[in-house]
Structure formats: C-alpha cells, structure tokens
Design a protein. Structure first.
Length: 396
C-alpha cells in the first residue's frame, strides 16, 4: 500500500506545482500587460503634457528662453525665436553663438551673481531696430545645484518708436511755435518801447504781429485736427458728394490766391458722386490745391481731374507744373512737419501738417493717397475714394 500512496502523493504534488506555476505565469502575464498599459498611458500623458506645454509657451506673446547650466539653449518658444531671429533648430546651441549680442552675454553673466534681474532693456542686433525688456532668473534644483536660466523677453520696439515720434513731435511743435511767438513778442516790445509814436512803423509792426498770430491760430487748428484724426474721435458723416461741384467750390475760394500768382485752374473732373464726409473732403482738396498754388511755378497751371479706378473706386488727382519733388521725398511728404525746402515753406506760411491731414482723412474714408513726381516735372497727388452706388444698383 505504500507504493500506490507515494505515487498518488507525487501525482498530487506535481499537479499542485503545475497549477501554481500556471497561475503564477498568468499573474505575471497580467502584471506585464498592466505594466505595459500603464507605461503606454504614462507615455501618452507625458507626450500630451509636453504638447500642451509647447502649445502654452508658443501661444505667449512674450519670448521665453530656457538655458542649461552651460549656457546652451534647452527651449525657446516661437515668440523668442522670432525676436532673437534664432532660426531653425536651436536646441543645444550656446546662446552666445545663436545671438551675437554682447549685452545679452553680460546679462547671462550677471545672473551668476544675482538670482533675479528685472526690466533689463536691450537693443537686439540686426538690420531692423528691435528693443526688448528682459526679466531673467537663475534656477536651482532640489539639491541646490544650478538648473539653468529662464529669460522672458517683452517686445518694446513699438513703444520705443512711439516715444521717439512723441519726442520729435514735441520738438517740431516747439520749433514751429517759437518763430511766430518770438516775432509777436519782439514787435510788441518795440511798440511798447516807443515805436508806436511812428504811425508808419506802428502799422507795419501790427501787420507782422497779425500775420504771425494768424499763423499760430492755423498751426493750433491743424494740430487739433491731427489729434482728432489720429485718436479716432473724428466721426465722419458719410453721404453722397458731388465731387465736380465741390472742386468748383474750392477753386472759387482760392481764386484770389491763384490770381496773385497768375496761376490758371483747369478741371478734368468727370461727373462723379463719391461716398465721403463733405467737410473733410473739402479739407483734402483745399490742402492739395493750396500746396499746388504755393509750390507750382508763377504763371503755371493747377489741374484737378478724376478717372475710374478698380471696382467701385474713383481716383482723383491734383497736379502742378512746379519744380517737382526729389525721389527721397516721395515717401516722406505725408509725415508731420516734413518739408523739402524749410525756408520757403515758412515763407509761404505753411504749418507742415497739411499733407499729413490729407493722408489721415483719406485713410479714415478707407482710401489711399500717394504722390508721383520727378525733379522739374511737377508733382501729382492722387487719392482714391469709393463711388456712391447709382439708384439702379450700379456705380455712376
């Protein structure tokens, strides 16, 4: 009986071992499957987190740059790549090679002594002027070791340009005000000191004072107009305007000035109705015709005409036969206070704002304005406005 019992016990033991071996194998297989699934989920989570991180960084308007402890680029978002003109794949490159800026290198070196630097203004290298404000911080890991540097770049270029424009504007206005004010003050003092006893001198001085007071009033009026147009506070009253009738009206207003300079007016205006603010359009034509008379030749001709433009546009031109403009002036004549011949402009009584006002008014109408000229061939100022639709649905 012992042998069969031993055989039975051995068989039971083997069966038990096989059972547990298979069970353990199944559990190990299940564990591997769960581990692989967990690893896959962790990988997907990491990939998704990395994608979200990149999307977040690239959506920022400010540039973000992460440098490692050796000063090499670990990460730069899109805004940073544009600002610093990094181009292509920049990860792993030393910053000093990627951006040739001595000031930026000094800032990085400064962060070895200071943990945080705020509001560091920097002019970036390149053909175009670019300014940034940099906020930077040195990073440390849990063990106190260097984790690199983080630099955040805020684009200051537009603010710098606006500040320079403001400074130039204040300087120009001060200069334009100084001359008539000095003349008014000087001749007023002369009258107070005894010149008023001479009737001829009194009349002469008072005429000079009156002329310069009018010049000041015109300058102030033009400044207010520019301010109103640039701020967007100007509300245009858009309505159909008979352009040929308006040109005739402006010609009449400048007839005395034209006669004094022996200038002939010619109109090639076709019957046309445009959508515009009549008062502002009157201002545009007045400034252009006034300029054409002032800077055209004595005994010359001022021509105003129009032709159909693209789609529903009408192109209007005001031309003189004066000395024309040098090529470098063509892109600048619409700037505030820009003058080709400063002495002659002041002698003629201009404020230097007329063409800038023209540009702002035309642009406020959704149009565009430009000048065509060559030395000795006169100047032709052109602008485009929208035609008014005809009652039948077309354009006139």
């Amino acid at each position: 009986m012992e042998l069969p019992l031993i055989v039975l016990l051995s068989a039971a033991l083997i069966a038990t071992q096989v059972y547990w071996h298979r069970r353990v194998a199944r559990q190990e297989a299940r564990a591997r499957s769960e581990r692989d699934a967990l690893g896959q989920r962790l990988g997907e989570t990491e990939t998704r987190a990395r994608a979200e991180q990149h999307a977040l960084l690239n959506s920022m308007a400010d540039g973000v740059l992460w440098l490692d402890a050796k000063g090499c680029i670990r990460l730069a978002n899109d805004a940073c790549a544009r600002l610093l003109a990094l181009g292509g794949e920049c990860a792993g490159r030393p910053l000093i090679e990627a951006v040739r800026s001595h000031e930026l290198a000094l800032l990085v070196e400064r962060l070895t002594r200071e943990p945080v630097v705020r509001g560091f203004e920097l002019k970036l290298p390149g053909d175009e002027e670019r300014w940034v404000a940099v906020n930077a911080a040195a990073l440390q890991d849990g063990g106190g070791e260097s984790g690199g540097l983080i630099l955040v770049f805020h684009d200051l270029t537009r603010l710098k340009q606006l500040e320079r424009t403001r400074q130039e504007f204040v300087a120009n206005v001060s200069h334009e005000l100084r001359t008539p004010l000095s003349l008014i003050q000087g001749f007023a003092e002369s009258l107070l000191e005894g010149a008023k006893s001479d009737p001829a001198l009194t009349e002469k001085f008072l005429r000079i004072i009156d002329r310069n007071a009018q010049r000041l009033a015109l300058l102030v009026e033009d400044l207010l107009t520019i301010s109103e147009l640039e701020s967007g506070r100007s509300q245009l009253k858009i309505e159909p305007v008979d352009l040929r009738s308006l040109v005739s009206e402006v010609f009449e207003e400048f007839q005395a000035q034209a006669v004094a300079k022996q200038v002939e007016f010619q109109s090639d205006m076709a019957p046309a109705v445009v959508l515009a603010d009549r008062g502002r359009l009157h201002q545009v034509l007045s400034n252009l015709i006034d300029n054409a008379i002032k800077y055209g030749r004595v005994g010359g001709v001022v021509r105003v005409g129009s032709k159909s433009g693209a789609a529903d546009e009408l192109e209007v031109h005001v031309a003189d036969d004066g000395p024309g403009l040098p090529s470098e002036a063509l892109n600048r004549v619409f700037e505030r206070f820009y003058r080709i011949d400063k002495a002659r402009s002041r002698e003629e009584g201009g404020t230097g704002l007329g063409l800038s006002i023209v540009k702002h008014i035309v642009q406020a109408h959704g149009g565009r304005v430009w000048v065509e000229s060559a030395p000795g061939r006169g100047a032709t100022f052109k602008f485009v406005l929208r035609r008014a639709p005809m009652p039948g649905g077309g354009s006139d």
